[in-house]
Every structure is written in structure tokens, then in C-alpha cells.
Design a binder for this molecule. Sequence first.
Ligand code: KG4
Ligand code: ZN
Length: 337
Amino acid sequence: MHPLILGIESSCDETAAAVIAGGVLRSNVVASQEVHAKWGGVVPELASRAHQEHIVPVVREALDKAGVAKERLHAVAFTRGPGLIGALLVGTCFARSLAQALHLPLLAVDHVQAHVMAHFIRDGEDRPQPDFPFLNLTVSGGHSQLVLVRSPLDMQVIGTTLDDAAGEAFDKGAKVLGLPYPGGPLVDRYAQLGDPNRFPLPKPAIEGLDLSFSGIKTAFVALVNREERDQPGFKEAERNDLCASLQAAIIDHLLAKVRRAIRQTGVAHIGMAGGVAANSALRQRLAELGRREGVHVFTPPMAYCTDNAAMIAMAGHHLFLAGRHAALDVVPVPRSH
Ligand code: KG4
Ligand code: ZN
């Protein structure tokens, strides 16, 4: 069977819709919200309103681009959580209503698990995919996890952040340097011109496979504020070295845990997903780690790493095949358990 599935994503600051047919992408539409840049972070209230404005045109565009009339759909998949509650409510209510009106099954997708499904989106390009079981490093603005992926419906979180997400550490570090939100891509760019050893930052001492970024962030903010007080203009003058040092500290911590997880699980394949997977130094260093440890590394194209609905539809595809339908009165869950 080649189910036609509409995916809807509204957990943070992207309103997105996509259609897949039998696991093959037919359309993928993302409306990113620009409104947050001037506030230095996502403003939940503004995010909900922007989702409300975008959701109807975004879904319509996804159906049009796919050439699929809504009556031909087999199911509606949506992000149930984790994410901002007001943002999730918009996507959830829309998906519930659509499923009810069209008498379709509703598929409630976990957003963080869906990031992992980005590896399996087929779009006509010939890309190698990881074999099960594999280890996935899921790193974005809202999540940082190490996941042992046994199948599309069997994922075990074996390590998670105890405080901030990796992307948050990039964004908060960028903010203290006066860079606009989201700062991650800018830190990446300036770091390429800087010395990663110039400003040593603490190495988080966290047991096992869990992660923590608040120590790095706090030390970085304190360093910038202290130096800026003594010599105004410091953060502009030293921007490249500061970005390189922050980025290196974040990547060192991530890779120390990935290395440990590889050895502990004995997997032959590792995947990376989430917005931070765009980071050029992280990609390069994960590839090097893979070569040293003798494991293959897989990173989906960037359009599937940052928040999108293709991954939601792909996760929905597997829920549909397994007959795991949600009740029509399903409610969002803002946090992972
Ligand atoms: O997956 P995503 O689009 O949204 C969430 O689910 O959070 O990830 C966004 C995060 C932001 O924190 C952004 O700064 C970070 O990904 N990011 C990067 C880069 N590109 C995006 N961080 C570091 N280097 C990059 N090149
Ligand atoms: Zn995400």
C-alpha cells in the first residue's frame, strides 16, 4: 500500500506541512517565523498567533504542490509534542478537525522521534540510509539526545540533556555577543575564522551518556561580561575567537558522549539530526570520529534536519502501517516523559 499522508508541524517557530506517498516525499512546505529575531528568542505568544495565520495556507500549498486533493489522503499526522503548548495546540486542533471532517485516522507524532525519521525521507535523490540498530545524535534548539534506534517505532533515549539543549547553548552564547537570534549559524560562521583554544571553557563532568550545557554557557557569559567591563569593545574585537572557543566546548562535550555511546552500544552506524546538525565543525568532527571508531556517519540534507513536516509525515507513515491511530480528542504534550 502507498498511503498518502499529510504531516503537520507546529511545535516551535516553523509552521510546516508535507505530503508523502508510500514514504516518498511529494511536497514539503515550511513557513519560518521571522517575528522572533528582534526579541532574541522565540516568543511563545507570537509563535501561536503566527501558526494560526500560516496553517491554512501552508497546508493548502503542501496539498497543491503534491497534486493531492484532501479527499484522497489516507491519514493526517501532526506533532503532538514536545514543544510550546500554544504552538502545539494550533497544529493539534487543526489536525483533529481535518481528520474528523474527512473521516481519516489521526496520527500523533513525537517531534523528537520524528527528527530521527529524517534519515528515511525519500525524495528521488539516492542517499544511503543507516541500518538498524543505529545511534542517533539529535541536536536542536529544543532537544539534545542520544537515541538507540532499533526500528522506526522502537527508539530508546540513552542520554539526554539535564538542562539546556545544544542549540540553546549556541543561541545564548551568541546573544551575549550581541548577535541576533538564532545565533547558531553565526557562531558557526565566525568560528571558522577564530582560534578554538583561545578561551578555554569548562568540560562538563556528567556521568554516563547524559549531557549538560549550562556550565559552558554560564562560564562563557561570565567571561564575556567580565572582559567587556574591563575593556569595552572586547566582544566585538574578539568575536571570532570567542565563537570558536564556545563552539569547540559544545562539540567536545557532544562528541565525548557520542564516543562513549558507540563503545557502549557497539553500533556500526550513527546518524545526526536536528538544526545543530547544520554546524560545519560538528559535521566534520563527527565524520572524523566515525572514521577513528570505524562507524559510518549519516546526516540528512539540512532541509530535513531543521524543523519540517516531512519528518512528521514520515513518522506518521510508520504509525499508520502499524495501525497506531490516535483518538480524535487527543491533546498535545508539551514535555517529553
Ligand atoms: O531543529 P531546529 O530548526 O529547531 C528546533 O527543533 O529547535 O533547530 C534550531 C537550532 C537553533 O538553536 C539554531 O541556532 C541551531 O539549530 N543551528 C545551528 C546552526 N544552524 C542552526 N547551531 C550551530 N551551528 C549551525 N550552523
Ligand atoms: Zn525540532
